[in-house]
Design a protein around this ligand. Structure first.
Ligand code: NDP
Length: 279
């Protein structure tokens, strides 16, 4: 049986560490989440973020905007938050309604308040190894490996998925930790063979149970980043969990990478707060 990497438990430890540190500050960090429209999944994520802020002592505000909000209106809301000295960090919940250009919105958030690390300046800092915050989900993956003392250096990491949110930034963080990195995607040939070569297999493609037992090398480490809702309403990862018990470690879904994403959001907000306080 593979060892389970308990992301939920680790995330609780990290949040309690942040809580202790936040308590030492008179001025508290503040995270503002902007939510446009009525996407149900986004609503759940936003509520989880609010709850976590409360747990660790970070002030939180959610600005809910109508589905028909114009791009210019959203940019002016972000502009106001950029200028507001009481706001530490801004997160614009994705996906946005189709009529709004996501890139323009990510550009509008001031880099020093861009808690998701999606602004091109922050992406550049990440790629060049000079970031002070990193995208929350990939950062959570690395943190999990560190907390379980799972070595990254010299290992062959295969990431299935090349999105700007997960796959690409994870590749950079793994590189910075001296892994040899392969990024696979929907046009990759011989995907199964490539995955079977992985010491560390990171699944971030968004297809429930896509990675089967025969994609996985004996003794490898699996990070299942996918979150998919099945027809019976349950959450399922991109990895066929039961078939992959010949791995040495595996993250479950739920309670694997997901809770770490939120913990890293708290951590990034706090890092930004400390950076502002020192100016
Ligand atoms: P995207 O849809 O943006 O990207 C999916 C990637 O997977 C693309 O690069 C795509 O390739 C690749 N892909 C799709 N089908 C295949 C296939 N058959 N074979 C190989 N590669 C394929 O998804 P995200 O990166 O945003 O999210 C991925 C998963 O992670 C989702 O399940 C999402 O819910 C989850 N997620 C979880 C988070 C967490 O907190 N744990 C946070 C964010 C996301 P191509 O580029 O060629 O199209």
């Amino acid at each position: 049986m593979a060892n389970i990497i308990d992301g939920k438990a680790v995330s609780e430890i990290i949040k309690s560490e942040i809580k202790i540190e936040v308590a030492t500050f008179d001025i508290k960090p503040k995270l503002v989440v902007v939510l446009v429209g009525n996407d149900k999944a986004s609503e759940v994520y936003v509520r989880t973020k609010e709850k976590s802020c409360l747990e660790v002592g970070i002030l939180s505000e959610t600005i809910r905007l109508d589905e028909n909000t114009k791009e210019a209106e959203l940019i002016s809301v972000i502009d106001r938050l950029n200028k507001d000295k009481t706001v530490t960090a801004i997160l614009c919940q994705l996906p946005l309604p189709r009529h709004i250009n996501e890139h323009n919105i990510l550009l509008a958030i001031a880099p020093k308040k861009d808690v998701d690390c999606f602004h091109p300046i922050n992406v550049g800092l990440l790629v060049s190894g000079n970031s002070y915050v990193e995208p929350c989900t990939p950062k959570g993956c690395i943190e999990l490996l560190h907390r379980y003392n799972i070595g990254i250096e010299g290992r062959h990491a295969v990431i299935v998925g090349r999105s700007n949110i997960v796959g690409k930034p994870l590749a950079h963080l793994l590189l910075q930790n001296n892994a040899t990195v392969t990024i696979a995607h929907s046009k990759t040939r011989n995907l199964k063979e490539i995955c079977r070569n992985a010491d560390l297999l990171c699944a971030a493609l968004g297809i429930a149970g896509f990675i089967k037992g025969d994609y996985v090398k004996e003794g490898s480490v699996i990070l299942d980043i996918g979150i998919n809702r099945t027809s019976d309403g349950k959450l399922k990862g991109d990895v066929e969990f039961d078939e992959c018990q010949h791995a040495s470690y595996i993250t479950p879904v739920p309670k694997g990478v997901g809770p770490m994403t939120i913990a890293m959001l708290m951590k990034n907000t706090f890092i930004m707060h400390k950076a502002n306080m020192n100016k």
